[in-house]
Design a protein around this ligand. Structure first.
Ligand code: F6R
Length: 361
């Protein structure tokens, strides 16, 4: 049941602290900075040479996020839409680890991509939220999200759990390949352990509804970010468009000048996401859109004083490890999308033309 909530989506947004607690339960050690995954004993990934993350939609955004975490650890990693995987046909060897990220574990494109990867000799790992789903049966290994059932068509808590689980997995893979932990592994594990509380703080204090009200008559909504904040921008826009039916687009902040800036006007609010990845550059992108009259809503922690000073509005996230900040920023954007769609009286849990699970290609 909806447990007193008007929509499953809002219930699931609010369930994130519990979901994240379960995702990390027994899987990290804040004293040693180690990742402890029963499914993957140390050394299991030692001969991995590259990682392909294959997924669609929201899960693809989690895959992009993970690719940037792996690249930051010196591991070649690429995120593909599973629907493009067979067309792009990237080279795969037996030392390629293919991670299929799928909430449902039933997405046809992802299932198809997994089969192809396996046939080419790759090692396959399923990251899903559903025990016994088709994708888990096709893969060599699996890692469960434990986020609990997600009923709303728009994925919310499962994105947060995916990124969290992928952060643990990335650290685990890197430790096996490099033979050492990330220098700041302990800080990262502490941040992941604090994540449920940090998300709760956002749920308790978010100004997302006020932002949704203020900008309800806009022409379009843009989202920009760098590094791991780029997939968060894409995800913010995806959530916004799918449940509000308003035009929303996410960009890499660096891409703005190369075209999208032509769309920016005083009636296109821009959500700028700051996660500690070249924030000065994103700040200057923020000023560029402001110079075209666009209001900017910065999603940032309060420490970024210059961002706070120049932004028209701030959606605050608690201070945390930069690799975790995107998860928090995304929670604010989930809330903005939800409130915007609610003001428009959209059927939030069942947006037109969409299905929770896309089992045809
Ligand atoms: C967006 C959404 C979809 C799914 C996509 C993949 O809110 O829910 O974009 O993320 O269809 O689904 P899974 O993760 O089940 O493979």
């Amino acid at each position: 049941t909806k447990g007193g909530y008007e929509h499953y989506m809002y219930k699931e947004i609010n369930e994130q602290p519990g979901a994240l607690r379960r995702t990390t339960q027994g899987r990290l050690n804040t004293h040693t900075g180690g990742v402890e995954l029963d499914e993957f004993p140390p050394g299991m990934f030692s001969d991995v040479e590259q990682v392909h993350l294959i997924a669609m939609g929201t899960s693809h955004h989690a895959g992009m996020y993970a690719a940037s975490l792996l690249n930051a650890r010196g591991i070649p990693a690429y995120a593909f839409m599973s629907g493009e995987y067979s067309v792009v046909n990237p080279p795969v060897t037996e030392n390629t680890l293919v991670v299929a990220v799928s909430q449902s574990g039933e997405t046809a494109d992802t299932l198809d991509a997994v089969r192809r990867a396996r046939a080419s000799g790759a090692r396959t790992l399923a990251m899903t939220n559903v025990v016994g789903s088709s994708i888990t049966r096709e893969c060599d290994d699996e890692m469960l999200l434990r986020a609990g059932p997600e009923i709303g068509v728009a994925a919310t808590k499962t994105f947060s759990s995916q990124v969290t689980a992928l952060a643990l997995l990335s650290e685990r893979i890197a430790e096996d390949i490099k033979g050492t932990r990330s220098p700041d592994a302990r800080t990262l594990m502490e941040a992941l352990a604090r994540l449920p509380g940090d998300v709760q703080e956002i749920l308790d204090t978010s100004m997302a509804r006020e932002i949704a009200i203020e900008y309800q008559d806009s022409d379009a909504y843009f989202f920009i970010g760098r590094g791991p904040a780029h997939p968060v921008a894409l995800e913010g826009a995806l959530k916004f468009k799918e449940i509000s039916y308003e035009h929303a687009e996410g960009f890499a902040a660096s891409e703005l000048k190369h075209g999208p800036l032509a769309l920016v006007t005083p009636v296109t609010p821009v959500f700028a996401i700051f996660t500690g990845h070249e924030d000065e550059a994103t700040l200057s992108n923020m000023k560029e859109v402001q110079a075209r009259g666009a209001p900017v809503i910065a999603v940032t922690n309060e420490r970024s004083s210059e961002v706070v000073e120049f932004a028209d509005h701030v959606l605050t996230i608690p201070e945390t490890h930069p690799e975790v900040a995107g998860i928090l920023a995304n929670v604010q954007l989930q809330l903005v999308a939800y409130h915007a769609a609610k003001l428009l009286e959209r059927p939030i849990d069942k947006p037109r033309n969409l299905a929770k699970c896309v089992t045809v290609e």
